[in-house]
Design a protein around this ligand. Structure first.
Ligand SMILES: Cc1cc2nc3c(=O)[nH]c(=O)nc-3n(C[C@H](O)[C@H](O)[C@H](O)COP(=O)(O)OP(=O)(O)OC[C@H]3O[C@@H](n4cnc5c(N)ncnc54)[C@H](O)[C@@H]3O)c2cc1C
Length: 552
């Protein structure tokens, strides 16, 4: 039977788009199949903040940051903590990916019109030793235009390929099976879903109106992770992080359902590191939700005081923005699945950013005027103020006693004691009048402010939390927010998938989150941030190029 294309790509998210455009650029015919409608093209990346991990970039150098491949690799390996036999390919991907981030990544994107906001962010700052978790220096480069800005060049290239007749989209086509013959993958089969014009990101109908099969020499699985499927998240939850949370909110749309992972496994693919995941602990319920259980992650600056559900301050170095999984492990160890920030108006104004393209209209809309207002206005950015006023997890009071009372009322218990909270805040406040102190979080503030980017837009001038001049006081209840799947299908550097017999499955490739962003888990246990979009770019590119070459 004649093939419908040279290659079929399952998933029109960033990884799938990158792979498909590389295939078309090589002059091969490709079909992109996606269960969602055309309006959702780009998948999660559209909603993303567009943060990219780059090493020794011109943006870093302009800000006086000395970075290098060696320093970045040291950070990556200290963060990943690779320790399994299954980490052979993930580790090789990590070395190759850091080289990409220190090499051609920026120039490759720039040639497609991609641009970067000039102030580089400092995510996952660690706080252990030089070989431990975290970024030694700021490396989080925000795309000018955020998520839509990273998707746009690939959609443009895909449309050009469509016009040339090399690329075809099949929207509302849900893959239910991979077709194999003698162990080789030769196509996909599935259901045609009824047309649905819901807004991008909203849950779409799953009503089946037909079926389809498509044949090709190769299939690339780029179907994303499992973060929208809380049952799967709980099922794969690692013991080292305690019991799975009873209550979670979703940082991803419902189409991140993990269904295609099981389908690909059923075709013999080897899924590794399924217990590695990247969920956030600073999730807030969206007062204006787009998808079910929609939560937003606060990207916090370093000054908020962080308390567990019982009112105990989180231990050093678990400060805001330091070690996401360390915090998750600590919080789950308390027996409760939430925690609290207490901060001031001065801190929220300078330090709260919300992850997501729709929460950053200034950067997403590429408006310098609005972006400059973020730094100069009296209040916090408008989306943050909107959360402060409407968000179910925000409490604003002038008096600490009233604040603590409202915090207890919000969760319906009396775990927080005013005298306990007050003593910890007052003790921290006594450390503020000297630039050399023993409180590790306050030390951390002084360290952060030596970096010009933090001093300008990310770290408030150190002040007493209980100084009314900086008020009102704000408490934020922080929920566990599902997001990324770090494990995935084991692949070689050409993104070819291994089978359970440890042999390459002919005709099968995997890219993006489905491949653990490369190899089956390029991050190991933890991420340095900005590495997910980058992992989709790199693994999508490798998959596309290799599949096109193999198509002869
Ligand atoms: C709010 C938010 C902020 C983020 N911020 C950042 C950031 O700043 N930096 C960063 O590096 N990362 C960030 N990320 C993560 C990053 O966006 C994702 O990890 C990445 O975009 C995943 O891309 P993907 O192509 O692998 O999968 P997806 O985007 O999930 O795309 C997969 C596609 O496959 C389709 N599909 C699934 N199953 C099937 C099936 N059976 N049949 C047909 N189609 C199917 C889906 O409909 C979907 O369109 C963020 C994510 C979110 C949600």
């Amino acid at each position: 039977m004649a093939d419908d294309a040279d290659v079929i790509v399952v998933g029109g998210g960033l990884a799938g788009l990158v792979a498909a455009t590389e295939i078309a650029d090589a002059g091969k015919r490709v079909i992109v199949v996606d269960q969602e409608g055309e309006q959702s093209l780009g998948g999660q990346a559209f909603w993303s903040f567009g943060g990219l991990f780059l090493v020794d970039s011109p943006e870093q150098r302009r800000l006086g940051i000395n970075d290098s491949y060696d320093l970045a690799l040291q950070d990556w390996m200290g963060t990943a903590g690779f320790d399994r036999d299954d980490d052979h390919w993930p580790k090789r991907w990590a070395e190759a990916y850091v080289a990409f981030a220190a090499g051609e990544k920026r120039a490759w994107l720039r040639a497609m019109g991609h641009r970067i906001f000039p102030v580089v962010g400092w995510a996952e700052r660690g706080g252990y030793d030089a070989m431990g978790h975290g970024n030694s220096v700021p490396r989080f480069h925000v795309t000018w235009g955020t998520g839509p800005g990273i998707v746009e060049p690939f959609v443009r290239r895909a449309r050009e390929a469509q016009e040339k007749g090399l690329l075809t989209f099949r929207f509302r086509h849900r893959v239910d099976t991979l077709m194999t013959r003698s162990g080789a993958v030769e196509g996909v089969g599935g259901s045609v879903l009824e047309p649905d014009h819901v807004e991008r990101g909203k849950s779409s109908s799953r009503k089946v109106i037909g079926d389809f099969t498509l044949r090709a020499q190769a299939v690339i699985v780029a179907s994303g992770g499992i973060g929208g499927n809380h049952d799967l998240v709980r099922q794969n939850w690692p013991k080292r992080l305690g019991e799975p949370p009873k209550h979670m909110i979703s940082g991803v749309p419902e189409h991140v359902d993990g269904r295609m992972i099981g389908i690909t496994e059923a075709a013999g693919a080897r899924l590794i590191n399924r217990d590695r995941m990247w969920h956030y602990v600073e999730g807030i319920r969206n007062w204006n939700p787009i998808w079910p259980r929609h939560g937003i992650r606060i990207l916090p600056g370093p000054s908020s005081m962080w308390f567990d559900a019982t009112g105990k301050r989180l231990p050093a170095p678990l400060f805001p923005g330091s070690d996401t999984l360390g915090q998750l492990e600590y919080i789950m160890g308390t027996g409760y699945d939430y925690s609290w920030f207490i901060l001031t108006q001065s801190i929220i104004k300078k330090e709260f950013a919300l992850s997501g393209s729709e929460q950053n209209p200034d950067l997403t809309g590429k408006s310098w005027r609005m972006t400059i207002r973020r730094a100069t206005s009296k209040g916090a950015p408008a989306p943050v103020e909107a959360f402060k006023q409407n968000g179910a997890d925000f409490i604003v009071r002038n008096d600490l006693g009233e604040l603590v009372g409202a915090m207890n009322a919000l969760v319906g218990n009396d775990l927080l004691r005013l005298d306990h909270i007050k003593a910890q805040i007052e003790a921290r406040d006594r450390e503020i009048s000297n630039p050399y102190v023993k409180d590790a979080q306050v030390m951390n503030l002084h360290n952060a402010r030596r970096y010009i980017g933090d001093r300008l837009i990310r770290t408030a001038t150190p002040h007493r939390i209980l100084d009314p001049v900086h008020g009102p006081l704000i408490a934020v209840k922080l929920n566990i927010l599902t997001r990324k799947t770090l494990g995935g299908f084991e692949t070689d550097l050409d993104s070819r998938v291994f089978g359970t017999d440890r042999q390459i499955i002919k005709g099968l490739y995997a890219a993006g989150e489905a491949a653990g962003f490369g190899g089956g888990g390029v991050h190991g246990y933890r991420s340095l941030e900005g590495t997910f979009l980058g992992g989709c770019l790199f693994s999508g590119r490798n998959a596309g190029r290799a599949a096109a070459k193999a198509a002869g």
